[in-house]
Design a protein around this ligand. Structure first.
Ligand code: J2J
Length: 563
């Protein structure tokens, strides 16, 4: 009967049946996939960061240890667990352990604030939050916010900089252990062992029996709405996208992939990403920060073969003075995506970095397009690639869902073996974001070349793309409206040379507040206090008397963007 139900990602049974018959959905789970690699390549390097270096066999041990800690903290199969960790190897321990337990990670980004993390906990009905113990004031504020507003969510913390991420700080007592929830209602986590006390060995639970068609994790939508949407991905659909990416991007055993973008991002996870490396027995080398100073050194030190970057980061690598001081000859491929790459920057990659560029136009909802490794230069620099699967369906339509003539730009709609057909528990959004016949409305405006490649020419959704980081103006507006001095606000993306767009807040003050307009730093401090994500903070503030109007009396954001 389970086989006949609509899947958590919204696929009707007949579509699921078809993708299984075609051999695209193989019935593997994420932990099953990693276990297989551990069996095949136990001695190859799996992951390294500044503090740790693990072979696949050692990664297996680390995952079992993490499952023991998480199970001791009460994590059970099917429960949603918000994961918010800085880029470090422990991200893998935790996420793979959750997969092993059959729990469902919810992928928050390190820059998310108390506000967003609170939303994720509420929408997902999360039972736990896994964060880093010493990741700065912002992370501490998130934990504090959860304790106040979501007291039912149990907090587990790890030390992402330590060789043993689960070690309890010296002198910590069980009651005040920083690594486990201290709420009296919480069952003992087993993590906190007072110094000198006999450590009772943690029990490693067996791997859960996990349905490959079940919800594997919740990814975040770029967002166009005040409250974020969660994206339900299953083992079957996601691992197909990883497998196809690995083929198309030629990821091989023994490759060393540099992770410079946030681990939890869909691009970093799957295109071909961390999971791509884990699937074939490659190494994941995690950079503590994405700066060229750090990353170019790591490329030379580790013989890095591939990396994924957003366009502004690529530009910073290209323009870094230290570029010529490091041996970058191991680098085979750079994957660039998340935001539109300008053709002039794209042309510099081959000659200046000595590697192949693959443009990646993807989305956490599914569809991923790549330029191919053997494409002509003009295709690689001038398009955002073609759908990775022959089973991806794409169509371009006008404002009324009618097909546009060949070669004309249109709204991109897509359906296929790894594109969701609904959001997580958001029927009102589903009605707007998906067509009757199950196509996802991407909100992107693209043109199709005669060869079937996509060129991104614009965006119809109300979203700001700040160098690959997606911001929903409505979410920022809602918070600015809470400021006493503010009568009305409109948030838009304005063109920026490096980031593509920056965030501009147009504000109309209350008459009584005319004399005490907040400055930009004051507004940002206010928003930080509200718990808004770091990357959603306005870059510009313009106090105005009124907003430009469209013919029908709505705020003309188009006018504000161009202003
Ligand atoms: C223009 N716009 C792009 C590109 C994404 C791989 C790569 C990226 C993402 C991602 C991803 C673009 N040129 N090359 O999940 O697996 C914009 C589009 C798209 C939105 C999706 C992956 N690559 N975009 O960026 O869910 O507007 O996924 O709809 O964060 O980013 O954002 P997101």
């Amino acid at each position: 009967a389970e086989q006949e139900a609509v899947l958590p990602n919204g696929f009707p049974p007949e579509a699921a049946r078809r993708y299984r018959e075609l051999g695209l959905w193989t019935g593997q789970t994420h932990w099953g996939m990693v276990e297989e690699t551990i069996r095949r390549h136990p001695d190859r390097l799996a992951v390294s960061d500044a503090a740790r270096r693990l072979t696949y066999a050692e990664l297996g041990d680390a995952v079992r240890t993490a499952s023991a800690h998480l199970a001791a903290a009460g994590v059970r199969k099917g429960e949603r667990v918000v994961v918010q960790l800085p880029n470090a190897a422990v991200f893998l321990d935790v996420v793979l352990a959750l997969f092993r337990l059959g729990a469902v990670p919810v992928f928050a980004l390190p820059a998310h604030g108390r506000l967003e993390v609170g939303h994720f906990c509420r929408i997902a009905e999360a039972t736990h939050y896994v964060g880093a113990r010493s990741a700065g004031a912002d992370a501490a504020a998130v934990v504090e916010g959860l304790r106040e507003e979501h007291p039912g969510v149990r907090i587990v913390t790890v030390d992402h900089r330590a060789a043993d991420p689960w070690a309890v700080e010296k002198g910590a007592s069980a009651g005040a252990a920083p690594s486990a929830d201290t709420a009296p209602s919480a069952a003992p986590s087993g993590i906190a062992v007072p110094e000198g006390a006999a450590a009772s060995p943690l029990e490693v639970p067996p791997a859960a029996d996990v349905d490959p068609a079940a919800l594997a994790f919740l990814q975040l939508s770029g967002g166009t709405t005040g409250v974020p949407k969660l994206i339900p991905r299953t083992h079957d659909d996601y691992l197909y996208s990883v497998r196809r990416s690995v083929e198309l991007c030629d990821v091989r055993p023994g490759d060393a992939m540099l992770v410079a973008l946030p681990c939890a991002h869909n691009f970093t996870m799957s295109s071909p990403g961390i999971l791509g490396a884990l699937q074939v027995g490659g190494a994941v080398v995690i950079a503590p920060d994405p700066s060229p100073a750090t990353c170019l050194r790591l490329i030379a030190e580790h013989g890095i073969t591939q990396a994924a970057l957003v366009p502004p980061l690529l530009l910073s690598w290209l323009n870094a003075p230290e570029r010529t001081r490091h041996d970058l000859s191991s680098l085979r491929t750079l994957w660039i995506g998340g935001a539109k790459l300008s053709e002039s920057v794209a042309r510099r990659v081959g000659p200046e970095l000595g590697c192949v560029l693959q443009q990646v136009f993807g989305m956490a909802e599914g569809l991923v397009n790549y330029t191919r490794l053997d494409d002509a230069v003009d295709t690689v620099v001038g398009t955002q690639g073609a759908p990775m699967s022959e089973h991806d369906e794409v169509r371009l339509v006008d404002d009324h869902d009618r097909p546009v003539p060949d070669g004309e730009p249109g709204h991109l709609q897509t359906r296929g073996p790894y594109t969701i057909r609904r959001y997580y528990r958001a029927p009102e959004h589903d009605a707007r974001s998906f067509t009757e016949d199950g196509f996802y409305r991407t909100g992107d405006i693209v043109r199709l070349t005669p060869g079937g490649y996509l060129e991104v020419v614009g965006r119809a959704k109300d979203q700001i793309n700040r160098g690959g980081e997606k911001v929903a103006p409505e979410a920022v507006e809602n918070q600015i409206l809470a400021h006493d001095a503010v009568h009305d606000v409109s948030v838009v993306g304005v063109p920026d040379e490096v980031l593509g767009e920056r965030i501009c807040a147009y504000v109309i003050l209350r008459p009584a507040a005319r004399e005490q307009a907040p400055t930009l730093p004051q507004l940002r401090a206010f928003l930080r206090g509200r718990g808004l994500a770091r990357f959603a903070m306005p870059d510009l503030l313009r106090v105005v008397e009124e907003f430009p109007q469209t013919g029908v009396g709505k705020v003309s954001k188009k006018h504000q963007r161009g202003a």
